[in-house]
Design a protein around this ligand. Sequence first.
Ligand code: PBG
Length: 346
Amino acid sequence: MSFSAAKGLGPTPDEGAPVLPPEYLIERPRRLRRTPALRRLVRETQVSRDDLILPLFVVEGSGVRQEVRSMPGVFRESVDKLVETCREAEQLGLPGVILFGVPETKDPEGRAAWSTDGIVQRALEKVERAAPGLVRIADLCFCEYTDHGHCGVLDDQNDVDNDATLENLELQALSLADAGAQIVAPSGMMDGMVASIRAALDEARHDQVSILSYAVKYASAFYGPFRDAAGSTPAFGDRATYQMDPANAREALKEAALDVDQGADMLMVKPALPYLDVLRRVKDKFDVPVCAYQVSGEYAMIQAAAQNGWIDRERAMRESLTCIKRAGADFVLTYFAREMARLLKA
Ligand code: PBG
């Protein structure tokens, strides 16, 4: 065979088509993996600081910064400390934070959730002043605020009463928008929640406040450490009558379609890693930004294995976030946000 044929330059005119020996016909994808620079050149997915939202837990008091036992590196902070964390997040180049309140008093309805001087309401005002560049997202739900730990008002069967809960959700949304939330994120999986929150916000001239719907939220074992952090474990039963069955993917598309119809500006799939197929399907079907929540249990698994020396933490963090993006997430809510941002900045 001629030199040019072996190099893949095609036959020379007088030779006709070359007959290549089999070893030349093997595809060699490894050619593009030979050096770090080559690999960088052909990399399809990049995680950037712009993609990461930091979840934060606010508690009463001052000077409080308690580490969550099952989430090393994650803290419950009083407003003063939380504000410092937000400043740091802004300096690290993160685009936003999502706040979860851990109130001191709980009752059957979760009334503290829409109190003008509620814990998240106060935090939002302070964060707006201290770190004005951050997008302020407020989670909307009642499980941290109810004494029974369910995500709404209970009916006489001890199931969550959907429509009674919608009324309270409207109050919570308005209260948090008044306090300066730019995005509200209903996470309770009530039917019709996006429509009723949208109507309430519009009526109160909060038409610029957007809705990030936890449209596709599964009844997952991976929320365990969050419930530790937020004190929101249900006192009885589970959340299977409102959160989705992990076995269902078609139903996810239905939930997403309903929320888009009702005016959701963005959709969320949660948890992330065990549901990447669902994330991809939602992303392919809807033309709104889609995010994923790498939840507390996903974080805790990596931290725990790393503490045992069984896994390389930094690599597992990078890989998981890269794969969540590759599967279709426009951005990711992750407890690794600050650490990842530091790594990307370096
Ligand atoms: C509130 C809410 C939960 C999470 C986010 N919002 C807990 C739950 O549904 O029990 C979980 C987040 C995490 O695990 O990191 N409904």
